[in-house]
Design a protein. Structure first.
Length: 414
């Protein structure tokens, strides 16, 4: 945001006033959400999404106006009638403050019938199943309970797990008790990513070509294992922006520091996430030490932020390979689908999301590769046409477009 504002206004004072906040946000990711990975003799640092906490969090600090849950196996243990509270436990400390405006708990039933307006909250906590902890980071939330905003759905997702039906994706033990809690963590981690939900976060054996819907697919969610292309591309971009801003402000030392961080992450993206055999950047499985070679619209994020290989000749070869890959994978009239896996999840085929169209079109057009820039124009035309058709039919602009070739179905909300 600061970068876009400066590009539009040239307001150097605004950059000076906000650079410390930008740096603080970046350093949080680097200090708390990095993972080292080896490739040959080199060690690279990449980021995952992860929040260390012992309970579910309310996605994006949302306001719940009404929330009814049958608490047959309750894990929401800390609903307290106070304006400010602290729980002395052993989990991470978060500097937030909550106000509970109204709720009622029928302890005899036990049914939770009314909940909460959240403004800010501060909690010292360590193992409680507290319902409102959030920290944005890599896609990995260590928690021991269902999400409060989707309590019933999460309970249903883990219901009936057994060794015969759903083995744990990390080990040979069955997914129950501790393994069920790990699943809750992976589900919330998917929510942290914004892609809630998608085959992108399913374990490898249950993702490609998956047509399973609802709970069965979600049980294979393994978000915390995945090194995402888009997250690391955004951080690569941020590192370059910080280097440029510190150059602008005359701080040569910090400019050099962030320029080196940018260069290092760029090498990591093109060493770990680039698959030269397939000719594309892919998410990477940390546990299996291999690329997850499936199409997602997020694959082209390095083009959007100009973090392809720094060697110009190698980058030209990347563009040529990417062009061949894209031509073989994406030929749809409604726009670029989020994925090619038809799972019933909203971040999968055949849904088309506006932010990903923006990344796709800008990323391809930035390359100056004739075929890719032509494809960017074609993709933009398809996307505009899809939305125009929706507007003609309904006089409404929709959150996302659901399409299958030339058949359009419009979806108002996610």
């Amino acid at each position: 945001m600061v970068h876009e504002y400066y590009r539009s206004t040239g307001d150097k004072a605004f950059v000076r006033d906000n650079i410390a906040t930008m740096e603080k946000e970046y350093q949080f990711w680097r200090d708390n959400r990095s993972v080292d990975m080896r490739r040959g003799y080199e060690t690279y640092s990449l980021a995952r999404y992860a929040v260390d906490m012992a309970a579910p969090r309310l996605a994006c600090l949302i306001t719940i106006s009404r929330y009814a849950v049958d608490m047959a196996a309750p894990r929401l243990a800390c609903l307290i009638t106070i304006s400010r509270y602290a729980v002395d436990t052993a989990a991470p400390r978060l500097a937030w403050f909550i106000t509970i405006s109204r709720y009622a708990v029928d302890m005899a039933a036990p049914r939770l019938a009314w909940l909460i307006t959240i403004s800010r909250y501060a909690v010292d906590m360590a193992a409680p199943r507290l319902a409102w902890l959030i920290m944005i980071s890599r896609y990995a939330v260590d928690m021991a309970a269902q999400r409060p905003e989707s309590y019933i759905e999460d309970l249903a997702t883990t219901e009936g797990l057994s060794p015969e039906t759903y083995p744990n994706v990390h080990s040979s033990s069955c997914m129950y008790k501790e393994d069920s809690l790990e699943l809750y963590s992976n589900l919330v981690s998917a929510c942290e990513s914004g892609w809630d939900f998608s085959s992108r976060w399913f374990s490898d054996s249950h993702s490609s070509g998956n047509t399973t819907v609802n709970n069965e697919g979600l049980r294979m969610t393994n978000t915390k294992d995945i090194i995402p292309v888009d997250l690391n591309s955004i951080l690569c971009w941020n590192e370059r922006i910080l280097a440029d801003f510190y150059t602008l402000l005359g701080d040569a030392s910090k400019a050099e520091y962030y320029a080196e961080r940018h260069k290092s992450r760029r090498r990591a993206i093109n060493s770990i996430l680039w698959d030269k055999n397939a000719g594309m950047w892919f998410d990477f499985s940390h546990s299996q030490n291999k690329s997850r070679t499936r199409f997602y619209a997020s694959n082209v994020f390095p083009l959007f932020v100009d973090c392809g290989d720094e060697d110009s000749q190698t980058f030209k070869r990347q563009l040529s390979a990417a062009n061949s890959y894209i031509k073989n994978e994406v030929e749809y009239e409604g726009g670029v689908p989020t994925s090619l896996d038809q799972t019933g999840q909203q971040w999968d085929f055949p849904n088309v999301w506006p932010p990903l169209q923006h990344v796709w079109i800008d990323g391809l057009s930035n390359t100056e590769h004739p075929d890719l820039t032509a494809l960017a124009l074609t993709s933009a035309q398809k996307w505009v046409r899809s939305n125009y058709i929706g507007w003609q039919r309904t006089r409404t602009m929709f959150e996302k477009v659901h399409f299958s070739f030339l058949t359009y179905k419009l979806i108002a909300k996610g």
